[in-house]
Design a protein around this ligand. Structure first.
Ligand code: NAD
Length: 328
């Protein structure tokens, strides 16, 4: 059974090849899946895609014309896939819903600590034999209020770490998690979380109700000097509003692992290119902004789990079987 894998990097090849069972032939491509590249999947039984592949109606029609019946997402989020249309055309779809919530949670907290204690600056200073502490002043995490927006798997893993630091945790979710019932956290409404948090960390999916939930109005309701962390999806934040908030000093720190227009930027070495995204370049210019290129998931543990679950999903789909937890 041939599986065409789009948007692959060397590490995908390493982890997928070492966990590939007999009977599956993996065909790796660097190209992103879109209308122009779908043809690469000719002769395959399934395609395997990642966060920035385009799986809209046009692409799904092309896949169906080539008799491809399964789309395996090797990620948790699926906002880039027209799920309803694919299903209406008889395709099955799978994903990896919980490969390692701790990987993303730990990265979110790494951004918090790095921004707070200015590790990015301290590292460069000491390498330059500059031991001046001026400009590196941080704050204790202990007893600070952190607003966790979205208390699913990753949000809950973040909460466990923050409780260890002695933070006060405010939460907002459209569904309250029973797992948090006995923990020292307080569910509140969204305006209260926005207004009372020293740090706001986003852990909900991108959908119509969450797109640009961090916008001019919500930013104006936040504490002066607030820290915002986004490891979920770029479009949760109106980037231009956030830039205004940083310029006016309303926002004191911004940590991003995801960016609204990341499709055209991330996962490639562009160090010799001229980046023509002025919004991204403006963001990069601030000393209190730290951006990583969608690497929250990038741990050995998570990549192993992603490869195992994705390949198992592909095997199940080939047998016309489904796992309720991993199939959409
Ligand atoms: P999850 O499904 O376990 O949790 C998401 C939570 O968001 C749920 O509790 C849901 O009820 C809540 N939610 C939905 N709509 C909401 C709204 N309007 N307001 C408040 N809460 C809302 O998902 P998860 O595994 O915790 O992942 C969260 C997100 O993290 C994913 O959707 C994905 O976009 C992102 N992610 C990023 C990386 C990375 O590498 N940076 C890796 C994996 C996942």
């Amino acid at each position: 059974m041939k599986v065409t894998m789009f948007s692959t990097q060397d590490y995908d090849k390493t982890f997928f090849t070492s966990h590939c069972p007999d009977g599956i032939a993996l065909d790796f491509h660097d190209a992103k899946l879109n209308e122009h590249t779908a043809v690469l999947a000719k002769g395959a039984h399934a395609v395997c895609v990642f966060v920035n592949d385009t799986v809209d109606k046009a692409v799904i029609d092309l896949l169906i014309d080539m008799n491809i019946r399964h789309i395996a997402l090797r990620c948790a989020g699926y906002n880039n896939v027209d799920i309803d249309y694919a299903k209406s055309q008889g395709m099955s779809l799978s994903r990896v819903p919980a490969y390692s919530p701790e990987a993303v949670a730990e990265h979110a907290v790494a951004l918090m600590l790095s921004l707070n204690r200015k590790l990015h600056k301290a590292y460069n200073r000491v390498r330059d034999d500059n031991f001046d502490l001026n400009g590196l002043l941080g704050f204790n995490m202990y007893q600070r209020t952190v607003g966790v927006l979205g208390t699913g798997k990753i949000g809950r893993a973040v909460i466990d770490i923050l409780l260890g630091f002695g933070c006060e945790v405010l939460c907002y979710d459209i569904f309250e998690a029973s797992e948090l019932k006995d923990k020292a956290v307080t569910y509140t409404d969204l305006p209260t979380l926005m207004a009372q948090s020293d740090i706001i960390t986003l852990h909900c999916p991108l959908n119509e109700s969450t797109e640009h939930m961090i916008n001019e109005q919500s930013i104006s309701s936040m504490k002066d000097g607030v820290m915002i962390i986004n490891t979920s999806r770029g479009k949760l934040i109106d980037t231009k509003a956030v830039i205004s908030g940083i310029k006016s000093k309303k926002i004191g720190y911004l940590g991003l692992d995801v960016y609204e227009m990341e499709e055209d930027l991330f996962f490639k070495n562009r160090s010799n290119e001229i980046i023509d995204d002025d919004v991204f370049q403006r963001l990069q210019s601030f000393p209190n902004v730290m951006i990583t290129g969608h690497q929250g998931f990038f741990t050995e543990d998570a990549l192993t789990q992603i490869a195992r679950v994705t390949l198992s999903n592909i095997e199940l789909a080939a047998k016309d079987e489904q796992d309720a937890e991993t199939f959409l």
